[in-house]
Design a binder for this molecule. Structure first.
Ligand code: FES
Length: 148
């Protein structure tokens, strides 16, 4: 499949936009400072907080950090649940109801209730075994990301 170039200049803070790439939905999220600041508070409840236990394909080098990204605010993920491949919902609120109050939002899979944080890191005790996949991407310039 051909690489896809995404213009990120119109994605507002806190917004998620979905782009097709190789027939897959790719999520690009412009995370807020509050969302980034909340990430460390979730580490103890995650399966793979440092994103260092997956294959190179699932966790490229630039995703082996807390934000799982090249630039902290910009999150780029393949939007398919690592359980059975449903498309997770984006939950950009810090205290989503009716979930437990310590969840700071992220992604929720409606198929079998897997939850991920705002870096796509999977929580313990849900069916999904792994963090959401980070695709190959790079910044072409300050306002464009190329995926693939
Ligand atoms: Fe997402 Fe099963 S496909 S929890």
């Amino acid at each position: 499949g051909a690489p896809v170039t995404v213009d990120i200049s119109k994605i507002e803070e806190g917004q998620r936009v979905t782009y097709p790439w190789r027939g897959l939905p790719v999520f690009v999220v412009n995370r807020t400072k509050a969302q980034l600041d909340a990430l460390p508070s979730q580490d103890a409840r995650l399966v793979d907080a440092k994103s260092d236990s997956g294959s190179a394909e699932q966790q490229p080098k630039y995703a082996q950090n807390e934000t799982r990204s090249i630039k902290p605010e910009w999150l780029v993920l393949v939007g398919l649940c690592t359980h059975l491949g449903c498309v997770p919902d984006f939950v950009p609120v810090m205290k989503p109801e009716p979930f437990d109050p310590d969840w700071k939002g992220g992604f929720y899979c409606p198929c079998h209730k897997s939850r991920y944080d705002m870096s796509g890191r999977v929580y313990q005790g849900v069916p999904a075994p792994k963090n959401l996949l980070v695709p190959p991407y790079h910044f072409v310039d300050d306002t464009h990301i190329q995926v693939g």
